[in-house]
Design a binder for this molecule. Structure first.
Ligand code: AMP
Length: 459
């Protein structure tokens, strides 16, 4: 299996550690508001990747942090006249609920930053002891990027380019270098703070991740991921912190970054106001549609979201559902014209080859549609056993990608109306039969007449 590593800019083999368990960390959300479908894209993409790894019997410990202390949370709390902790708790719960709705369930451990203050302080102290962190009176502790010559290696920037960018809570005036970033911010009135040997204050944004990963995984581990916007400065800062604190390189074997979800070519973001919350999205679309949308794009590619794309995705899912629905109607005993076992074996190899090449989910989906296209013209020649084999194979592969194709129960009333319609049609009474078809449609179902009887599907 090969995976694209942002740091080297190359696809690298996935090496399974001696322990047999991959240690993987993905940056979690800052909990100051509801998550949007851009955030959802990153988390669903990683969820599909991890599901696939686990389906290949690779053990993965998936760790994710929750940034529950940050300027954005404090500002929101001020706006709403609430405690920052109340805001953070509320949106942590909301985030976990949203992930549940999206069937993102592969995370083994969510680690809240504020539960690891001791580890954060310990790592900052190590950086001070090594002479790479310094204090600015009344401000806090900062990382001196000039002491880490590798700064910029992930985002492929020179130190000067890297200097030009400052991130959240890093804009102190007395910094040694413009690009130095905050590790510990001293207490300000009305802000949450922790009494520690460093002084009373709170952590900077980047330090929580490395303190948490060092605590759970040690200074070196397998994979670190997140959205592509985190590559710089966040992940660059993490490398500087971890590699300076431990003196061990590399911090991780692979850096994985998911592409952005865009709207009209622009990144979906809270600040841009062009966002759709996961909750709003799920009011009109299913979690299946969302996951299909995600896996029909390569995780590193941008995903330009539009209503039209959602509609196209819905159609692709309907086609699959209709095909599997038809397979379930097959009752023949004798084998058909196709060598189904050989077709599935070949397609299985194509599916895995696509996934083993940097999780190419669109190609993996194409392998599924290869089967649909090969079987469709011959579907009514299949035996029941062959039809079941095809349906089971498709459903299992979709499940591996996190796409749950559900076949809701058809209510008794609908089945009755369809049966009545069939009787009318058999008696050449097409006009009243059509009236019943319309009635069924108005009740939210569609009828597809097949050579072996009607297929009823939910719209
Ligand atoms: P944040 O809460 O801003 O730290 O973001 C949480 C995660 O969502 C990070 O991994 C971001 O990289 C990711 N993210 C934010 N916006 C988008 C977007 N438009 N498309 C994909 N991922 C995003």
């Amino acid at each position: 299996m090969i995976i694209f590593d942002t740091l080297s800019g190359e696809k690298k083999p996935l090496l399974i550690p001696e322990s047999g368990k991959l240690k993987l960390f993905v940056c979690g959300p800052t909990v100051y508001d509801l998550a949007h479908i851009g955030n959802g894209r990153t988390y669903a993409a990683f969820d599909s990747i991890i599901r696939y790894l686990r389906s290949q019997k690779i053990k993965v410990f998936y760790l994710q942090n929750i940034t529950d202390i940050d300027d954005k949370i404090i500002n929101r709390a001020k706006e709403e006249k609430k405690y920052p902790e109340t805001i953070a708790n509320f949106y942590t719960k909301a985030y976990k609920q949203d992930m549940k709705e999206l069937r993102v369930d592969s995370v083994n451990k969510y680690a809240k930053a504020t539960s690891y203050i001791r580890q954060i302080v310990k790592q900052i102290q190590a950086l001070i002891d090594k002479g790479v962190a310094y204090k600015i009176e009344s401000e806090g502790y900062y990382f001196d990027i000039s002491k880490f010559p590798d700064y910029g290696k992930l985002s492929h920037r020179t130190l000067e380019q890297a200097e030009d960018s400052v991130s959240r809570i890093d804009d102190a005036i007395n910094k040694r270098n413009k690009g130095d970033f905050c590790l510990w911010k001293f207490e300000k009135q009305g802000e949450p703070s922790w009494k520690t040997p460093l002084g009373s204050g709170r952590p900077g944004w980047h330090i929580e991740d490395t303190a948490i990963t060092e605590y759970f995984f040690g200074p070196q581990y397998d994979i670190h991921g997140g959205g592509i916007d985190l590559k710089f400065p966040h992940h660059e800062a993490e490398i500087a912190q971890q590699e300076s604190a431990s003196g061990k390189k590399p911090m991780v074997k692979l850096w994985m970054h998911a592409g952005h979800l865009l709207v009209n070519g622009a990144k979906m973001a809270k600040s841009a106001g062009n966002f759709i919350t996961i909750r709003d999205f799920l009011k009109t679309h299913s979690p299946t549609l969302f996951r299909y949308l995600v896996v029909s794009h390569h995780y590193r590619s941008p995903l330009d979201y539009s209503d039209k794309l959602a509609e196209q995705t819905k159609n692709s899912i309907s086609n699959l559902r209709q095909f599997i629905g038809k397979l379930r109607l097959v009752r023949k005993k004798e084998s058909g014209k196709l060598d189904i076992a050989a077709l599935l074996k070949k397609s299985e190899a194509v599916f895995h080859a696509a996934m083993a090449d940097d999780f190419n989910t669109p190609e993996a989906l194409a392998a599924l549609f290869g089967v649909v296209n090969a079987v469709n013209p011959e579907i009514w020649s299949l035996s029941q056993k062959e039809a079941e084999m095809v349906a089971d194979w498709l459903l299992a592969r979709l499940q591996t990608l996190g796409v749950e194709l559900k076949f809701p129960h058809i209510p008794f009333k609908i089945r009755g109306l369809v049966k009545q319609r069939m009787l009318l049609r058999n008696n050449q009474q097409f006009v009243p039969a059509d009236v019943l078809r319309k009635e069924v449609e108005e009740l939210g179902y569609i009828v597809d007449d097949t050579p072996v009887g009607p297929l009823i599907l939910k719209k």
